[in-house]
Design a binder for this molecule. Structure first.
Ligand code: GDP
Ligand code: IMO
Ligand code: MG
Length: 426
């Protein structure tokens, strides 16, 4: 059986973790295919909340094998802390598998991330400072160290020594920092981390393909989102990997023909953390209301997320670059108290009208959104369990989005809990 991909359609934090958890009930394996612990995916089950960074959001089901794919960058210290957190709360991580081809985040990646941001000053990207960019940069420079290198002390020390020879020059001569001691890093990674992780390191390509061959259904869990994609997002205000559905192919080692369902996750409005263009951004009371009611603060970093209206131009682009087969809308309940709800249906700039994303990004920086206004519903929908129970205005809002974007909405979140979801048939 083929694979399903879950992909963010905005700037992250759309609710990918909660929808992955939902769909995971129907699959045998969940694979994270890119990103690292810049991700924060929250799942709420019967009021109990789990914030995951590296472990795939299928981990809560005993029947699911959670896999960290080759496209992920892994800080082993963070992974071990996360596994300990899950174990202490009664969630087994013994089945977790980590691709030997995934790259490691090392302490100097994190330091370089912070230094680059400081160097950029007011032009900083607002990264999560987790070392994601520098780790992917080392991978592209072919000086990265992979998870499988933890299996061989000699190779690990050799590669670390070579990488630090260059990196220490950058740290000391460019940034005027202290150099990093290779033995200290090696002792921590080989002495403390490797014994914990070695039982989980695996040939993830073999694992995934054996599962597909055996008729198992696989769910590929994206982190970040379409507009944070290194190729397709609002560069340079992006992350350093490919969250788009195509990234699932390279980041997990499957071909496009193995994917038959791509679920795009969108919030009923938009948020963004970090810097970069945001055409529908709100700086008023409505924005504050969305942040307050939607608890729009980073799952891990605690940063306030920038709020804005839903943007159908963005969603049309996400449909294209991910070949979305359906949308899932999260947080419809957050709009409950709004009298009027706006949806951006096009942009205008320099006398030009844009139904699709302008390809030149400096245009995106100065577009004016064209809004359609829809009436709010003014009632609490968090207890609604069937589409027929939705207030007509809420149903009309969803139909309007479908018509604007051209893709069917298959699931709608009306609260954070696993149960608070409506499933629509096509
Ligand atoms: P992700 O990074 O895409 O997995 O999203 P995050 O977990 O970072 O952020 C989404 C937040 O919204 C989390 O705190 C979720 O618990 C919460 N959430 C998800 N779906 C809904 C929903 O339908 N309604 C409400 N009120 N909260 C939701
Ligand atoms: P999930 O998976 C929201 C943003 C950062 C910054 C930019 C680059 O929870 O949706 P990075 O540390 O990746 O180099 O930062 O990307 N960013 C996210 N924003 N949700 C995320 O993950 C994000 N991961 C990175 O805020 O703007
Ligand atoms: Mg998140």
């Amino acid at each position: 059986m083929p694979a399903t991909v879950i992909v963010g359609t905005q700037w992250g934090d759309e609710g990918k973790g909660r929808f992955t958890d939902l769909v995971a009930s129907e699959v045998s394996m969940v694979v994270r295919y890119q990103g690292g612990h810049n991700a924060g995916h929250r799942i709420v089950v019967d009021g109990e909340s789990f914030a995951l960074q590296l472990v795939p959001s299928g981990v809560l089901y005993p029947h699911v094998t959670p896999v960290i794919g080759n496209g992920v960058v892994v800080d082993p210290r963070v992974l071990i802390t996360e596994m300990d957190m899950l174990e202490s709360r009664g969630v087994s991580t013994s089945g977790l598998r980590v691709s030997g081809n995934a790259h490691l985040i090392l302490p100097y990646h994190q330091e370089l991330d912070a230094l680059h941001e400081r160097h950029l000053g007011k032009n900083k990207l607002g990264t999560t400072k987790r070392g994601i960019g520098p780790a992917y940069a080392d991978r592209a420079m072919r000086v990265g160290i992979r998870v499988q290198d933890l299996l061989d002390e000699k190779i690990f020390r050799q590669k670390l020594g070579a990488a630090l020879e260059h990196t220490n020059k950058v740290l000391t001569r460019v940034f005027n920092r202290l150099s990093i001691d290779a033995d200290e890093v090696a002792d921590e990674y080989l002495g403390t981390c490797a014994p914990r992780l070695i039982p989980h390191i695996t040939d993830a390509i073999g694992l995934v393909h054996d599962e597909l061959d055996a008729g198992g259904r696989i769910l590929m869990e994206g982190a970040q989102a379409t507009f944070l994609d290194l190729d397709h997002g609002t560069y340079p205000f992006v992350t350093s990997s490919n969250p788009v559905a195509g990234g699932a192919c390279t980041g997990a080692g499957i071909g496009p023909r193995d994917i038959d369902r791509v679920i795009g996750i969108a919030k009923a409005y938009v948020t963004r953390v970090g810097a970069g263009p945001f055409p529908t951004e709100l700086f008023d009371d409505v924005g504050d209301h969305l942040v307050d009611v939607g608890h729009e603060y980073g799952t891990n970093t605690g940063r306030r997320r920038r709020p804005g209206w839903l943007d159908a131009v963005m969603l049309r682009y996400a449909v294209r670059v991910n070949s979305l087969s359906e949308l899932a809308i999260a947080k419809l309940d957050v709009l409950d108290q709004l009298e009027v709800i706006r949806v951006c249906v096009a942009y205008e700039a320099d006398g030009e009208h844009f139904d699709q994303l302008p390809y030149h990004q400096s245009v995106l920086h100065r577009v004016t959104p064209v809004y359609e206004e829809l009436p709010g519903w003014g009632v609490d929908i968090s207890e609604v369990t069937e589409r027929s129970q939705l207030p007509p205005e809420a149903d009309a809002y969803l139909r309007f989005v479908e018509q604007q974007v051209g893709v069917h909405i298959g699931m709608v979140g009306v609260g954070p809990d696993r149960q608070q979801v409506l499933r629509f048939t096509g």
